[in-house]
Write a protein that binds this ligand. Structure first.
Ligand code: BT5
Length: 343
């Protein structure tokens, strides 16, 4: 039994996409159990949404072009074989934060895998109350509801899995792998192109749900970034030198997130952790991690099985770090830090 939320528009778009040479009105109406007039009405509705669909007596309906707008029905018809993610997809034109919407859905008991996109967010959030800039049409701003049956410390695995999925997907477009800055930043040439915000609701030792929020910069030019991000942020378009189709990207990214999350669920996090370690610019460096008022310095050794960063301090002790702000130390800072340690 498949519990996907499939609509008529989704079935029509699916038929148009699988038969690019055209599908007849009769075929569509018998397949969907609708009158030909009803099929026509749906086609008209899709056209109003910006889908370019030709209709001719010979070739029937043909899909000639799609708009640069996220469409849940279109995404649903493309993602037919995911295991967990994307069986229910919703798109908002504008919202405060997709993480809040998914959090709300989670409390209402919606099953895992629901994905909420927004074309723009008025109050997109980063960690620690920071802002995430999410202007209309420039990126993929979305959140996914997960309900992993795992102890709460494993929520970090979801964040790590998401970061690796973003890097895998970006590589297919850029031909090169971006780097990961622990735990949640994806950078290219030192500029941030994506971030992950993981929020969870848990009891003592059980995760109720995880909201995985992802922001990926797609079609920004440098001038589209607000002043404070210029030079510090980049986008796939800037790096690739051409616009990227957001719907194709969303399809690929959700499929990749589903593959990575399936590994987490199946207990194969180690595979992801190994890939992560290769991509991560934090591992193998001397770093400073700040968590509020406390600060830990040391050599970032590796991830443990729950996704925490293992750091060796000057005395050789291993510290397990679950979150915080990482800064890679340069040689000056390193010398200073060693001297302070000796006092
Ligand atoms: C993150 O936080 O990187 C997590 C971002 C998650 C955003 C998604 S969008 C969908 C979902 N709904 C939400 O409300 N959030 C999630 P953090 O590591 O705290 O980084 C935040 C910092 O990144 C900011 O302080 C800025 O310096 C920078 N920043 C803000 N917007 C950016 C952008 N579009 N591109 C690159 N950097 C940005």
């Amino acid at each position: 039994v498949d519990d996907r939320k499939v609509t008529v528009d989704s079935l029509i778009l699916g038929a148009l996409r699988t038969t690019p040479d055209g599908v007849s009105g009769i075929d569509l109406s018998s397949k969907l159990g609708l009158t030909r007039a009803a099929v026509w009405a749906h086609i008209e509705e899709l056209r109003r949404l910006g889908y370019e669909i030709s209709a001719s007596p010979h070739q029937g309906y043909r899909l000639l072009g799609s708009p640069d707008r996220l469409n849940p029905d279109d995404l649903m018809c493309r993602l037919t074989s995911t295991r967990f993610i994307g069986k229910d997809i919703r798109v908002f034109q504008k919202t405060d934060s997709t993480n809040d919407i998914v959090g709300q859905l989670a409390r209402e008991g919606v099953p895992e895998g629901v994905v909420v996109f927004a074309e723009s967010q008025a109050a997109g959030r980063g960690r620690l109350g920071r802002r995430w800039r999410s202007p209309e049409g420039k990126g993929l701003w979305f959140s996914i509801l997960l309900r992993p049956e795992m102890p709460l410390e494993f929520a970090t695995q979801c964040t790590i899995a998401a970061a690796v999925a973003i890097v895998n997907c970006a590589e297919t477009i850029l031909g090169e792998r971006p780097e990961i800055k622990w735990p949640n930043d994806v950078l290219f040439d030192g500029k941030k192109i994506a971030g992950v915000l993981t929020e969870m609701d848990a009891e003592l030792d059980r995760i109720n749900h995880v909201v995985l929020g992802i922001g990926l910069n797609v079609n920004f030019d440098q001038k589209d970034f607000p002043e404070e991000l210029r030079g510090a942020a980049s986008s796939l378009k800037e790096i690739a030198g051409k616009s990227v189709n957001r719907m194709d990207l969303a399809e690929q990214l959700l499929a990749e997130l589903d593959r990575m999350y399936s590994r987490v669920r199946d207990g194969h996090f180690t595979q992801i952790a190994n890939q992560w370690a290769l991509d991560c610019s934090t591992v193998g460096r001397f770093v400073r991690v700040s968590q509020g008022d406390t600060m830990i310095e040391g050599h970032a050794e590796m991830l443990d099985e729950s996704g925490a960063l293992l750091m060796r301090d000057q005395n050789g002790r291993i510290n397990r770090v679950m979150g915080g702000e990482v800064q890679v130390l340069n040689s000056d800072e390193l010398r200073k830090s060693r001297n302070t340690g000796r006092e």
